[in-house]
Ligand binder design. Structure first.
Ligand SMILES: *Cc1c(COP(=O)(O)O)cnc(C)c1O
Length: 257
């Protein structure tokens, strides 16, 4: 069925941006995955984007599942029934990219395979206990607030390595990397320095040789407005919403990030 929404063509344009930025940075396009940031989009729209993304990946010879990220557990749960078959078939992997309240841990575990926003050891311990009890594993990333902006979640960069080492040692959790939201700044050098800081944290943690840290190499950073800067600093996952889906309606409440 031909699409009239424009998602497929916008998605292709975003992928071209990513590929160009990777090439300019001397990196392989394959090293940077696109995560579809689907907050406020309904399930039908997410499925349309999934098909378009899977098609692009096929043509690029990329067998990995398409990545989707949600900000709110409520939305994850609402869309989960429509996505479940695709997850089971290995076509789709769902990440939580918004702040998680501890009392939503069970719903998270039922619907997502990676939580990108661990920012306290308390939260990690609660998830670890549930995973250990259920005999399962959850991939996690540590969210770092590289800009220091009060509106953003995440551990301070100076405490990120310590938190990551603590998280990596917990049973049931697999530390796969680090996530950040770039500074809201006009000056590209400021934004880029924040992304470089995340890479330095990751490099230091991996080099530490601490148990469970060897695979913490994912850097989830870069969005519609700053993905080129993030890729130049080593992003392995860029999280894109607006450039694929168009502008979101203004939220009634501030987004949980
Ligand atoms: C909304 C969101 C994105 C995508 O932002 P765009 O500017 O729409 O591309 C990425 N990451 C997080 C955590 C978000 O909440």
């Amino acid at each position: 069925m031909p699409s009239t929404s424009g998602i497929a063509s916008r998605l292709a344009a975003v992928r071209a941006r990513i590929d160009a930025a990777a090439t300019a940075a001397g990196r392989a396009p394959h090293d940077v995955r696109l995560l579809l940031a689907t907050k406020t989009q309904d399930a039908a729209t997410v499925l349309e984007a999934l098909d378009a993304a899977a098609d692009l990946a096929d043509r690029a010879g990329d067998p990995r599942p398409v990545l989707v990220g949600e900000n709110r557990v409520q939305e994850l749960v609402a869309k989960a029934p429509d996505l479940a078959a695709h997850v089971a078939a290995g076509r789709l992997e769902v990440h939580m990219i918004g702040h998680l309240q501890r009392n939503k841990a069970n719903q998270l575990l039922a619907t997502a395979s990676c939580l990108e926003t661990v920012d306290t050891l308390d939260l990690a311990r609660a998830l670890s206990a549930r995973c250990a009890r259920d005999g399962r594993e959850l991939a996690v990333m540590v969210q770092v607030n590289v800009s220091g902006e009060a509106s953003k979640s995440g551990v301070a960069p100076d405490h990120a390595a310590e938190l990551a080492t603590g998280v990596a040692a917990l049973p049931g959790l697999r530390l796969t990397g680090f996530m950040t939201i770039g500074a809201r700044a006009e000056d590209e050098a400021v934004v880029r320095a924040g992304f470089a800081r995340l890479r330095e944290v990751s490099d230091a943690v991996v080099a530490s040789g601490a148990p469970g840290t060897a695979e913490a190499r994912e850097l989830s950073m870069g969005m519609t407005g700053d993905l080129e800067l993030a890729i130049a600093e080593g992003a392995t996952i860029v999280r894109v919403g607006t450039a694929v889906f168009g502008a979101r309606p203004a939220p009634a409440a501030p987004p949980e990030v």
